[in-house]
Ligand binder design. Structure first.
Ligand code: ZN
Length: 399
């Protein structure tokens, strides 16, 4: 996409300028050029005329421009070991399709077949809702991904996906460009475009749920690293002799604070005889239905074991965040994932305190630590957003 066109669409998209006069100023174009570019974008359907702008100095003809609602749509999918989610996203940012299901298989061929079938369904429904055409497909997956080649390298919870050329396989099926990326990076992009990190050029997105990962956004780009696997926040060591991690190391953050790790530690302590209301039956065995929510509620009631579990998670996450802040000075840290969402009433302030205690004062006092804007998994929204970014020629993906 041409530079001037991109500048104008992005200014409208970010809401920083809406009239032709404002757009010419914000993109450093002459008014005549801005008007010509706007006319071409209206012709293409990327922009639409909106309502009349009012206010001093506005000509009678000044009208707000907005993104074209019929320009087209993208579909994003999020492939996790226990769930498949899909989002249809119109070019103007409206969500037009949403679906979530729990596949009963982890066999790669069956799962890929299901993904294709669900994409077809999402495309048909989104197409009917948008009255526009398909712009592309994005897929977020829980694992290591070579986003430049669209190849899944390794997924700890999804056996058989090693070196799967997912982008080309789906591209042949659907005849459009397919982008594949790590699910946590997709989530970071969704927060940047639609959520808590809107308008921020630099921030860290830290996901603490079934796994632990991060999206590093530096100067409006997702930082990918030399091998495309940057941001493996879950595998920094926080306990020298801690539990064994799936990566083979001991005491990784993921082995200590992932949802599964917290539940395992709770069960172990109850089984070892630590008194707690979490040991619900008379033999003192852990409640079979033990959940993060159960631990949170018990901690609110003053249960000592539950309180300790929350404090331990807080400490380990706080140490990890303090280290990252010292390295990146990101200004904003967005925390998300099941552990943060469930515990946040107890944990967020604690993490902030630990970071203030451990990170360099001059950095920590200027860093905002906040919870993500979305309650549920947003990787499919982020995957759909990847496609729109790519079309607009934004280098946010850093592919
Ligand atoms: Zn590890």
């Amino acid at each position: 996409m041409e530079h001037n066109h991109r500048a104008i669409v992005n200014a409208v998209r970010e809401g920083t300028a809406l009239s032709r006069i404002d757009l010419s100023r914000s993109s450093n174009l002459s008014l005549a050029t801005a008007k010509r570019v706007v006319d071409e974008l209206l012709e293409r359907g990327m922009l639409e005329e909106g309502e009349a702008l009012r206010g001093p100095g506005r000509g009678r003809k000044a009208s707000a421009l907005r993104l074209g609602s019929r320009y087209g749509f993208s579909v994003g999918a999020d492939v996790q070991p226990d769930s498949l989610r899909l989002t249809g996203l119109a070019f103007d940012g409206t969500v037009i399709y949403r679906r979530e299901l729990s596949p009963d298989t982890d066999d790669r061929d069956s799962l890929q077949g299901l993904l294709v079938a669900e994409l077809r369904r999402a495309l048909a429904d989104s197409s009917a809702a948008s009255r526009g055409s398909l712009l592309g497909i994005g897929v977020g997956i829980a694992g290591l991904v070579d986003a430049r080649e669209g190849v899944v390298l390794y997924c700890p919870g999804l056996p058989g996906w090693e070196n799967a050329p997912l982008a080309s396989t789906l591209g042949e099926c659907f005849g459009v460009e397919v982008l594949v990326d790590d699910a946590v990076r997709c989530m970071a992009l969704a927060e940047k475009r639609h959520g808590a990190a809107r308008g921020l050029g630099t921030f860290l997105y830290l996901y603490i749920g079934s796994g632990v990962g991060s999206g590093i956004v530096l100067d409006n780009r997702i930082y990918r690293g030399t091998n495309g696997v940057s941001g493996e926040f879950g595998h920094i060591t926080v306990k020298e002799d801690g539990p064994l991690c799936t990566c083979g190391n001991k005491g990784c953050l993921e082995a200590v604070v992932s949802a599964r790790a917290i539940l395992e530690r709770a069960r172990e302590l109850v089984a070892a005889g630590v008194h707690s209301t979490l040991g619900a039956d008379t033999a003192g065995s852990p409640d079979q239905a033990l959940s993060l929510e159960g631990i949170y509620q018990a901690a609110l009631r003053g249960d000592k074991l539950a309180t300790m579990l929350v404090a331990e998670a807080e400490e380990s996450i706080g140490i990890g965040v303090a280290d990252l802040i010292n390295i990146f000075d990101p200004g904003t840290v967005v925390l998300a994932g099941e552990v943060i969402e469930t515990f946040h009433g107890l944990i967020l302030e604690g993490i902030q305190k630990i970071v203030r205690r451990r990170a360099l004062h001059v950095i920590s006092q200027r860093t905002v630590i906040m919870k993500g804007a979305f309650e549920t998994n947003i990787a499919s929204l982020g995957a759909a957003t990847l496609v729109i970014e790519q079309i607009l020629g934004n280098e946010v993906l850093n592919l």
